[in-house]
Design a protein around this ligand. Structure first.
Ligand code: HEC
Length: 279
């Protein structure tokens, strides 16, 4: 009995070891700059930079601050233009920032390039920072999410529309509050005028924002921003529907202004990054 169990156990034992050594498993490992001999200096450097810096510096990254400073580390030609002094590694920002420990940011858990990788970068810059000769041409993926030029155009009016509800709602609330306080029909008309304009403005904001979000799917924090925006438009429309009841009108306007402010805050985080106004 125990012999049989031992034999079965022994038979099972080597399998995980065999698996890690099988060529199939080895081919799953990503090639590194050192393992690919058919890459020239430029392409090896590019691949190394993509591996070490591409988490933040790529067009799909969530890190907007990083993208604004350097959009795509894989686009070595434009990186070279902005941050490399060909032939002089020490005076090249790209090299200097890594040596100084500024990039990758020390606060991030991204591993910094090794000595060899730095030497590779140094060698590439010193030899004139030639662009990679065999850069694989990555076909543009015409993702349906990106939409037609027309929807793209409309989606980019989002930053235009949002300012209207953001300003009109607090002003409408203020006017409605003062109208009640001072029993002023002029102020009440002002409140109705502002709130009435805020309804279409917030609907345009939501519609263009919806299209805008589809351009960059999967962004962190987008859902909170989206639904706060929708809630602003709904609350604002509800306020207009309740305009005959001044108390309810005022309360709903205050609520819409507050939700709109929150939507604006989280939209700002999407645009400027969470460090811009860290609250
Ligand atoms: C964890 C995210 C992250 C990683 C990884 C990262 N960066 Fe950055 N990088 C940033 C951010 C954020 C900024 C913008 C800094 C700022 O505005 O203060 C930036 C800015 C830069 C800039 C522009 C600096 C300027 O003054 O305009 C360069 C060049 C740069 N990074 C190079 C690199 C390189 C090279 C690597 C890899 C070795 C790398 N980064 C890795 C987040 C990152």
């Amino acid at each position: 009995m125990w012999t049989a169990i031992t034999i079965v156990w022994l038979a099972c034992l080597p399998s995980p070891i065999l698996q890690t050594e099988s060529p199939a498993a080895a081919s799953l490992q990503e090639p590194t700059a050192e393992t690919r001999t058919d890459w020239g200096l430029g392409e090896s450097t590019r691949q190394m930079l993509i591996q070490r810096c591409g988490d933040c510096h790529n067009p799909q990254s969530d890190n907007r601050k990083a993208k604004r400073a350097l959009l795509d580390i894989g686009d070595l030609a434009s990186v070279t233009q902005d941050f490399v002094l060909a032939g002089n590694a020490e005076d090249s920002d790209l090299y200097y920032m890594i040596v100084e420990g500024d990039m990758p940011p020390p606060k991030s858990d991204v591993q910094a390039p090794s000595e060899q990788e730095l030497a590779l970068l140094h060698a590439w810059i010193s030899s004139g920072a030639e662009p990679p000769v065999n850069t694989p041409v990555i076909a543009e993926d015409p993702s349906p999410a990106e939409g037609t030029p027309w929807t793209r155009y409309v989606s980019r009016t989002h930053p235009l529309w949002i300012h209207f509800p953001l300003a009109l709602l607090p002003v409408a609330f203020l006017a409605a509050a003062l109208a009640r306080l001072f029993k002023s029909s002029a102020l009440r008309t002002t409140a109705l005028f502002c709130a009435g304009l805020a309804v279409p403005a917030s609907i345009f904001s939501v519609a263009s924002g919806w299209l805008h979000a589809a351009e960059a799917p999967g962004q962190a924090g987008i859902d909170l921003h989206r639904w706060l925006g929708v809630a602003t438009a709904v609350t604002c429309a509800a306020a207009m529907l309740a305009r005959k009841r001044p108390g309810v009108f005022l309360a709903l306007l205050g609520l819409a202004a507050a939700i709109g402010g929150a939507a604006g805050h989280f939209g700002g985080r999407l645009t400027y990054g969470p460090d811009f106004f860290p609250w």
